[in-house]
Design a protein around this ligand. Structure first.
Ligand code: NAD
Length: 278
């Protein structure tokens, strides 16, 4: 039987509607600063989409395009600006400016991408904090799809700071038994076959094939790879659909959720800052 397709667009639309309701009930609109450095066309598109999403739910966005040498100074200003509740520093930064060094300058209370060392540390310790948007989106998709995580075998392929590591921490916090695979894993197929929930975040088109998937497993494809055939995931969708119980498509799976979770994080940051005002 063909796998159920988990519709990320529909879940993201539901999340946006929920966020819009929360924003409407707040005394002031949350403010999101978007910071774009350099000339990368893909980054420019992502930032534009994030600003459009913000406008749609009532979040006010403030856009900045500093020169590489001005990023640190701008981040300090945005940290101090009460109108700004969240700061989105679009990565990767151009050569000569270090992603991790600049990210670490963001006030953790405004860290809506969840990538500062403090946010990563809180997540690793299983304490509340800002969670990176893509892993948060994957967890939301799993919840909407009704996937039981308690005691489940979860396999994560990829160990980046952005996706794989935070995702493994979230699955562990949800009481899954987590296996973490990466480029040096000896027998990837054998590890993947254990999975009730298999998450591919390697950036390798077609890495996960049907023979690597257990019958009835839930397969989440984070991969977003630009190939000659267009945008493809890390999962051989046609083959794996014949084995899995549920699967996300690319595009239309995790991508829309990543965008939606930025809005969730921005509202959460704004609420926390409102509550902190004496
Ligand atoms: P990355 O390059 O930083 O990390 C890739 C990880 O995959 C590494 O840990 C590496 O060890 C592992 N890996 C690479 N080749 C492998 C192999 N053959 N077998 C097993 N593991 C292997 O990438 P990233 O930033 O984590 O992104 C991963 C993918 O997810 C990319 O395709 C990226 O475009 C996509 N992505 C999508 C979204 C979204 O919103 N949908 C967001 C972020 C990233």
């Amino acid at each position: 039987m063909a796998a159920r397709v988990i519709d990320g667009k529909a879940v993201a639309a539901a999340v946006r509607e929920r966020v819009a309701g929360e924003v409407a009930a707040m005394p002031t609109a949350p403010g999101l600063a978007t910071v774009l450095v350099g000339e990368d066309p893909a980054s420019a598109v992502y930032v534009r989409m994030k600003r459009e999403d913000s406008a749609q739910v009532g979040i006010e966005s403030f856009h900045h395009e500093p020169a590489p040498g001005e990023v640190a100074e701008l981040l300090a200003e945005l940290n101090a600006e009460p109108r700004i509740n969240g700061i989105l520093l679009q990565l990767p930064l151009p050569d000569g400016v270090d992603d991790a060094e600049m990210t670490a300058l963001i006030d953790p209370r405004k860290d809506v991408d969840g990538l500062t060392p403090l946010s990563a540390g809180l997540l690793a310790q299983g304490r509340p904090g800002q969670v990176p948007c893509t892993p948060a989106g994957v967890m939301e998709l799993l919840a909407h799809a009704g996937v039981e995580l308690e005691g489940a075998e979860a396999v994560v392929v990829g160990r980046s700071q952005l996706v794989g590591k935070p995702l493994a921490a979230l699955l562990l916090a949800a009481n899954a038994t987590v296996t973490h695979c990466h480029s040096r894993t000896r027998d990837l197929a054998a590890s993947c076959r254990r999975a009730d929930v298999l998450i591919a975040a390697a950036g390798v088109p077609g890495l996960i094939t049907a023979d690597m998937v257990r019958e009835g497993a839930t397969v989440i494809d984070v991969g977003t790879n630009r190939t000659d055939e267009g945008l493809t995931g890390d999962v051989d969708f046609d083959g794996v659909s014949g084995v899995a119980g549920a699967i996300t498509p690319v595009p239309g799976g995790v991508g829309p959720m990543t965008r939606a979770m930025l809005l969730v994080n921005t509202v959460a940051a704004a609420k926390a800052q409102l509550e902190a005002v004496p």
